[in-house]
Ligand binder design. Structure first.
Ligand SMILES: C[S@@+](CC[C@H](N)C(=O)[O-])C[C@H]1O[C@@H](n2cnc3c(N)ncnc32)[C@H](O)[C@@H]1O
Length: 219
């Protein structure tokens, strides 16, 4: 069966300030928010890694006025955009972004400064190496409170298989770009890597457009 690409979808471009990433973010933010309303605590601290333009964190923050939100990315060039969105929305509970590179441990915050109730990340695995999973798991071990959660949103394979035709079509499209680290990753590979650091998959939630939210926590 042929898979139809939405007519308004810009060409795939993972650059965080691209029209494609903005289009994807506007499409997925409400379904993600609906799930986060169930997952997030009433009060506490939330860290986003790979915040990109800050579209999600600034959209979510007003819905959780008692939570403090910390955006981050490895690309310092996105920081002004995150702050601009924060200021435009008057989001007093969104901090200035900080540098966290999931591949470079020297950029990871000191847990003595703050522990988090939630760490979330949206749409990075399909355009990043699987090694990112090791970074995310180690950041979670280091910075999550014992009962904290790590929520990972995106499209994934499961047990080596595509869960839908549209995910297969999307994967083929990004693989065709021939960028080595691009391509859908498998939930089982993430679980295996996270497990090495004592981070385990607690829930796999289905979201629209064949995406998942994977909820991990400390074992
Ligand atoms: C496709 S964009 C998604 C941005 C945002 N989460 C969203 O959904 O709109 C991927 C993001 O991952 C970030 N990223 C890539 N490699 C990273 C790394 N090693 N550490 C932290 N962030 C990284 C990029 O800078 C970019 O912001």
């Amino acid at each position: 069966m042929a898979v139809t690409i939405p007519a308004d979808r810009p060409d795939i471009d993972p650059y965080p300030l691209s029209p494609y990433v903005e289009w994807a973010g506007k499409r997925n933010r409400d379904p993600i928010l609906a799930v986060f309303k169930d997952l997030f605590p009433q009060t506490g601290d939330v860290l986003e890694v790979a915040s990109g333009a800050g579209l999600h964190i600034n959209y979510f923050a007003p819905h959780f006025p008692q939570l403090r939100f910390q955006p981050s990315d490895y690309d310092l060039k996105v920081f002004d955009t995150i702050k601009g969105k924060r200021d435009a929305a008057d989001n007093a509970n969104v901090a200035d972004p900080i540098e966290i590179d999931l591949i470079r441990a020297e950029t990871w915050p000191d847990p003595k400064d703050r522990l988090y109730d939630v760490i979330f990340v949206i749409n990075i695995f399909q355009v990043a190496p699987l090694a990112i999973a090791s970074g995310i798991a180690q950041v979670a071990v280091r910075l999550l409170k014992n009962d904290g959660i790590l929520a990972i949103y995106g499209p994934f394979k499961v047990d080596g298989k595509y869960t839908t035709e549209s995910n297969e079509a999307f994967d083929k499209e990004i693989l065709a770009a021939q960028v080595p680290e691009w391509g859908l990753k498998d939930v089982r590979d993430l679980e295996a890597i996270a497990g090495k650091y004592g981070i385990v998959l607690k829930k796999r939630l289905d979201l629209p457009a064949n995406n998942f939210i994977l909820v991990f926590g400390k074992a």
